[in-house]
Write a protein that binds this ligand. Structure first.
Ligand code: SF4
Length: 418
């Protein structure tokens, strides 16, 4: 949005770009490696067109070791800025264009939240909307609190106003974002919490689904689940990362809940939302984890029956406590445990998807699918992917899909009249 206001437009080719801006993620090593590779590939282009500005921002830049590497080894990078000064992009770019020196703007501390920045959205019917920034939890494997700072919540009025605007413009799905939305409001100095925010947005009339991510089990409350159950616009979909099914590993991860507490929470959420779709994140191979402990996670997965799971093999992030822990198990062994986990979940996902066959469900048609026989891609209220037959004119609208087939990853069906 800021760049658009400065007169920049998108181009499809690097050759014709006046500005190349990489927004980086520090959560996994692989993504970091790719950034260095992609930026390195710009060296010759920059030599051929010195007027092109090469800029980097995002969480990776907020790590001093990375910024230093860019400073030393990538002299053709003109501008580097951190996560706390995104709102100053126009000024920083202006300084880069006018000055002779490279600009590195990387303050440690976040100031107050800057509201009212211009936004250009990719979609005219799906919107992502940050409700808070930062995280206070310091899970021992996670770099996020170091690069995004402490929790800062936006004022509820600003969020509600933005939602009202989006719904008035015809948006059909709004996803509220935060590293840990369940602790929304704790820094506002009032009793107002995330469940209150959901209730308030739900009051806005219209035809839309409200989603949110991500959640920390330690801050999830029965009030939240009751609110989800009661609010007609709130999708009955819960993404609640458990990370491990073993209490010792959870403690080492600095995740302050137990497996039993997690299971109790899910049982309550399911009791008030019987059709709820439940997904989670799991890490296999945390430093010091034994095979028995990894299998406790597989056991939790089998007992909990998640609809889908985001699974990861532990990736050490320099600067976090877990990166310094003893990690005697080989990658090969972790891979074997990982495959057991994935096999268990795939069987569950396939079974859960098969149960949709014959049902007619409400979907939001997202766009075109890559499957010629089922040319539309859509999502159910529970965010399950549906590949379906139907008219392209349905894209961007709610429709009904009759489910005729399924596999581990998707449902298949056709558009039917209301
Ligand atoms: Fe990272 Fe999430 Fe833990 Fe915060 S709650 S430290 S973002 S894993």
């Amino acid at each position: 949005g800021m760049l658009a206001e400065m007169g920049y437009l998108f181009t499809d080719t690097v050759e014709s770009a006046d500005l190349v801006l990489y927004n980086t993620c520090a959560v996994r090593e692989h993504a970091e490696d790719r950034v260095f590779g992609n930026v390195g590939a710009l060296k010759n282009r920059k030599a051929a067109r010195p007027g092109m500005v090469v800029a980097l921002c995002g969480c990776m830049m907020q790590q001093p070791r990375v910024a230093e590497k860019i400073r030393r080894s990538y002299p053709f990078v003109d501008l580097v800025f951190g996560t706390h000064v995104i709102h100053r992009l126009p000024e920083l770019l202006y300084r880069t264009l006018c000055g002779r020196n490279r600009v590195f703007e990387l303050p440690d501390e976040a100031g107050s939240i800057t509201e009212g920045l211009p936004v250009v959205r990719d979609s005219s019917f799906k919107a992502f909307l940050p409700v808070m920034y930062g995280c206070n939890n310091f899970c021992s494997y996670c770099i996020v609190p170091y690069v995004r700072g402490r929790e800062r919540s936006r004022e509820p009025e600003k969020i509600i106003e933005e939602c009202r605007g989006l719904i008035a413009e015809g948006y059909k799905e709004i996803t509220l974002l935060g590293q840990n939305v369940n602790s929304y409001g704790k820094d506002l100095g009032t009793d107002y919490d995330f469940a209150d925010l959901l209730s308030a947005i739900n009051e806005i009339p219209g035809d839309y689904w409200l989603r949110f991510m991500s959640s920390q089990p330690k801050d999830a409350t029965n009030k939240l689940f009751d609110t989800m159950a009661r609010c007609e616009h709130v999708a009955k979909q819960l993404h609640l990362p458990v990370q491990s099914g073993c209490d010792r590993v959870l403690k080492a991860m600095n995740r302050p809940y137990t497996r039993a507490k997690y299971e109790e929470m899910i049982a309550y959420a399911r009791s008030v939302m019987p059709g709820m779709v439940l997904t989670s994140d799991v890490i296999i191979g945390f430093p010091g984890e034994t095979e028995d402990e990894a299998m406790q996670t597989v056991d939790l997965v089998e007992k909990t029956q998640f609809d889908a799971l985001f699974t990861f093999i532990f990736s050490p992030r320099p600067g976090t406590p877990a990166a310094k822990m003893d990690d005697p198990v080989s990658r090969e062994e972790k891979q074997v445990w990982f495959e057991k986990l994935v096999d268990a979940q795939n069987a569950i996902s396939a079974k859960k998807h098969a149960a949709y066959i014959g049902r007619t469900v409400k979907v939001l048609v997202d766009g075109e699918s890559d499957d010629e026989a089922f040319p539309l891609a859509a999502r159910t209220e529970g965010n399950r992917l549906v590949r379906m037959k139907g008219d392209k004119a349905l894209i961007g609208t709610f429709a009904k899909a009759k489910i005729t087939d399924s596999n581990t990853w998707a449902l298949y069906g056709e558009a039917v009249e209301e």
